[in-house]
Write a protein that binds this ligand. Structure first.
Ligand SMILES: [Mg+2]
Length: 256
């Protein structure tokens, strides 16, 4: 059996937590700044900032939630969606101004994302031990813009492989997104461990696609699923380091 050489992580509720109050506060501030920016461009008849946030950001969230409730596997195009909601609010921008507003919107959303320092240290330790690290995330935000802001900026060198549904066009549990991550990692599935918080997306499907093992994280949320096929469950991401010490690289964890 090939040695375990790579680890793929889910992003939301595995590497990071979403602090909703913080996302909302950061969006409220961003929309006050969006409005001033739009005024400086000469955009007329603007709604108050809080109404603009309601008809753009909050409706975009509602649309996103609805697509997950329908279990859509196709990821939406965030830039196209943002442009559509701006137009519904009577705002039609030239390309450069649109890009600037899109960047500011991303920065505001990313401000509500928390990466625990202990997780960062654990990732550094795993890198030191020679594992290739990657992440596979259902995320409509655009990677090139997310790279500018924490936490993705902090994960930059530590997790060289970053595969988002916004880049692939398909969400987990569609097999294509996992295959894209394995291709980028440059490893066969049997040399890779998958770590995540969701049973279908992060445990069952990666295992059906042949990953060596899958570990469930209960750090930020917990799904009730008695039939879960996880090889192990960790209370928090740093617990992965001692767990892997018990799993000699040559063997399947179930054997130990
Ligand atoms: Mg998750």
């Amino acid at each position: 059996m090939v040695p375990l050489r790579g680890i793929l992580f889910d992003f939301g509720h595995t590497l990071v937590d979403w602090v909703w109050d913080q996302v909302m506060a950061s969006l409220q501030e961003a929309y006050r700044e969006h409005r001033s920016y739009l005024e400086s461009l000469g955009v007329a008849n603007l709604m108050p900032a809080d109404e603009l946030m309601d008809v753009i950001a909050l409706r975009m969230y509602q649309e996103l939630d609805a697509s997950y409730e329908r279990r859509d596997l196709t990821e939406r195009d965030f830039a196209e969606t943002f442009r559509r909601y701006l137009r519904l609010a009577g705002i039609d921008l030239p390309p450069e101004a649109f890009q600037e507003l899109l960047r500011r919107e991303h920065a505001a959303i990313c401000q509500g994302t928390v990466l625990p320092p202990a997780s960062l240290e654990a990732l550094e330790e795993l890198r030191r031990r020679g594992y290739r690290l990657g992440m596979v995330s259902n995320m409509d935000l655009l990677l090139d813009i997310m790279r500018l802001d924490p936490p993705v900026r902090h994960l930059g060198g530590l997790i060289p492989v970053k595969v988002l549904s916004s880049g692939v066009g398909l969400r987990k549990p569609h097999p294509r997104i996992y295959e894209a991550a394995l291709e980028e990692l440059g490893l066969p599935s049997e040399a890779v461990l998958f770590v995540g918080d969701r049973v279908l997306e992060d445990i069952r499907t990666p295992k059906a696609l042949g990953v060596r093992a899958a570990v469930l994280s209960h750090e930020f949320r917990q799904e009730e699923d008695l039939a879960c096929e996880a090889d192990a469950t960790v209370r928090a991401l740093p617990d992965l380091v001692p767990l892997l010490e018990q799993w000699p690289n040559g063997g399947h964890p179930n054997q130990y």
